[in-house]
Write a protein that binds this ligand. Structure first.
Ligand code: ADP
Ligand code: MG
Length: 266
């Protein structure tokens, strides 16, 4: 995949790209995250599975700074984004620190990722130009390569409503990749798509995984998780119930709750 690896990534370290520790989050007194820790190392693909309402989206939203943690710590490589305060409550870094951290990740949701009034090309190049202040010719070159990688040739000047759902998701992925993120987060990227279009998007995700793009993917697609994930994390009621290789967690779960969930997901 045509993303530019940054110098710091070239250094062979096992330092996690992102690390969340002991995260707590409640909405109106209702606990949603109850002491979750999760990390991902360079090149790793982590699949998050679990029942609806278990806190998976909230977890991703906290990790991508769309939602604030109540307690816990969050680091992106050497950037301390959230540290625990003296009373245990989450203390966020300065706006400059958060802006730096935001450059490290990309996020693809179920849908509504693209600006509806912008062409595919504009959607992809907008943030690299505006947020990262990069050179237009260089960004456009990368965008064209990504459009090709995503099988979107001919869609450059189309606006989102002219695309199929699968094309839209692939354009969203190209947009996220054009920021050269160190880690990509996906929140059920195929759950709004019908089976045929789901296949197109999973194919792109497999391609990313094969190219060692670091990813955290919330998914209901167990066969996909089993095939591409280096690690599977099962989350229920705001806690990590079980974590391990796909073979272990999906193939031979040790927790009753995981077994029940998997039986219902068949
Ligand atoms: P999942 O993605 O695993 O289905 P979510 O993180 O979306 O779970 O939701 C976990 C729980 O948090 C649910 O009970 C949901 O209703 C609640 N929740 C999520 N976002 C909010 C919010 N902004 N305000 C209040 N409750 C929320
Ligand atoms: Mg969700």
């Amino acid at each position: 995949m045509r993303i530019v690896k940054r110098a710091e990534e070239m250094m062979a370290t096992a330092r996690p790209v992102v690390k969340l520790e002991n995260a707590y989050k409640a909405f109106g007194g209702t606990p949603v995250l109850q002491g979750i820790s999760i990390e991902v190392c360079p090149g790793e693909v982590v699949a998050i599975i679990g029942p609806s309402g278990g806190g998976k989206s909230t977890l991703l939203r906290c990790m991508t700074l769309l939602e604030t943690l109540d307690q816990g710590s969050l680091t992106y490589g050497d950037i301390d984004v959230v540290i625990p305060g003296a009373d245990g409550s989450a203390v966020y870094g300065t706006s400059d620190t958060l802006a730096l951290a935001r450059q490290r990740f990309g996020l693809v949701f179920q849908q509504f990722n693209l600006f509806p009034h912008m062409t595919v090309m504009r959607n992809i190049i907008d943030a690299p130009l505006v947020v990262q202040g990069r050179d237009r010719a260089e960004v456009e070159r990368q965008a064209r390569a990504l459009i090709q990688d995503m099988g979107l040739e001919g869609c450059e000047e189309k606006v989102p409503y002219q695309l199929s759902g699968g094309q839209r998701q692939r354009a969203s992925i190209a947009r996220a990749l054009c920021m050269n993120p160190q880690v990509l987060f996906f929140d059920e990227p195929t759950s709004a798509l019908d089976p045929e279009l789901t296949g197109e998007v999973l194919k792109v995700l497999r391609q990313l995984a094969a190219e060692d793009i670091t990813m955290i993917v919330v998914t209901h697609e167990m066969s996909f998780a089993r095939e591409v994930a280096d690690r599977v994390v099962f989350i229920d009621e705001g806690c990590v119930v079980e974590e391990g290789s796909a073979e272990q967690v999906i193939g031979n779960p040790s927790e009753e709750r995981t077994r029940e969930f998997l039986l219902r997901s068949l």
